[in-house]
Design a protein around this ligand. Sequence first.
Ligand code: NIG
Ligand code: FE
Length: 405
Amino acid sequence: MKRLDNISTLYCLPADGGQDAVGAIDDAALVWEEGTILYAGPAATLPREMNAAERLDAGGRCVIPGLIDCHTHLCFGGWRGDEFAMRLEGASYQDIQAAGGGITSTVRKTRESSMDALVDKAALALNEMARLGVTTVEAKSGYGLNIDDEIKQLEVYRELGQRQPVELVPTCLGAHLIPPEYREQRADYVELLCERLIPEVAERGLARFCDVFIEEGAFDLQEGRRILGAARTHGLGLKIHADQLSSGGGAGLAAELGAVSAEHLEYASDDDIAAMARAGTVAVSLPLASLYLREAYLPARKWIDAGVDVAVATDFNPGSAPSYHLPLALLLACINQGMSPAEVLRAATRIAARAVGLEASHGSLQAGYQADIAIIDAPDINHWLYHFRANACVATIKGGRIIHD
Ligand code: NIG
Ligand code: FE
């Protein structure tokens, strides 16, 4: 049994309450055993039998649940710093994509990379993420775009799940783009996804979710409906990259299909926002992509007021969001999207857990939940997000084990 005390403020993240419900408790203690929390509450009311637990000292700092990055493209070959420079000179993300760069260039590099090289590269990022307080990461394929290379990416995630401590939630994004060799036979690629890739991935337990990029130049609504229908038949949860660069109806489709989440969403229509609220679909906001693409930010207040739960994630990928710094994404959501520190904390813990299907065990500090914990060098979360530093996280605990201090 382990006991963390001398906590200035403990953020419990209760199940009930609005976007800003963080359940702050001053002068708190936290006790866990074998990876599961036994007590999270005031130090003064700690049950006597827990006094004997091995003590760890939070140093008068605040303690939050381990952060959950619920949208990343973690595994990829190469980088695209050259495109960053082109975009700064005025080229658009879509221009670069149309000229054979963008996602297509990462597909080439990912296909050329060995599984070992991809594992080593992604492990470096995960290690850095853990240092920032991140304990669970959703990770998409989508740079293979054929059976073997999509499966290679998902096997990279399986391997990483065994060899390092950050927990991965794998998502199949074979529907990221039509690969160049299928450009004139779109229907055949959709068929390959539905009849071969999705069944194999599901049967081998290589992914928990299936995602589709619905956008001009990627997949249309009808294709998305078919691909996600196949995913559902095979028992995968559903996600959609929706309305990122134009209003394409992806958010409405997510609501219609009962997807767990829709992501990006900057151009979603008011009707689709209302449909997502009714369906209980989580909106995953990705402010680092807005920053790097110099695009609009999600108007989060409008979404929260409409009754949608908003998660915030990094979208870490080599093109539109080449950073895995989740606290920076949270800061951007505060400054550019009108969210409060409490709202963004819930967005990256409790609500992010819901976006990856783990809300019954992750994203909260309460008895029975997994002991995923970050100690932040600040008295409270207002101070944490306002006094932005390279890294304010002084210790990360995953499943009750210290993975960074
Ligand atoms: O979420 N929107 C599509 N996919 C990624 C970008 C991937 C890339 O540029 O390589 C995104 O932003
Ligand atoms: Fe993405």
